[in-house]
Design a protein. Sequence first.
Length: 100
Amino acid sequence: MSTDKKRVQFRAPNRLIDRTDALAEVLGEDRTGILVTALREYLQDATHDDTLTQEIAAAYYDDEISYEQLKSLVGAEEAANFRVLKQQLDEGFVDEVADL
């Protein structure tokens, strides 16, 4: 995992932050650690959801996200598979195959 960090700021309901702070106190961690862990786990779970994975793939096929973004979301192996499929879906490829 990269050690580069980016500072972010967001607003959240007081109750959610209060619960985060309470958990941080129980675990002897800081709020940021709890939030980073929660976000990491959410993203891990979300990208293993078939429906969401198909939405991510569609965004890549429609050039809404880059290959690097795709790879960071679904992993290198699945991203490579999507790249091959995108190349196969390319009109030029379809035309070449149709001429065979």
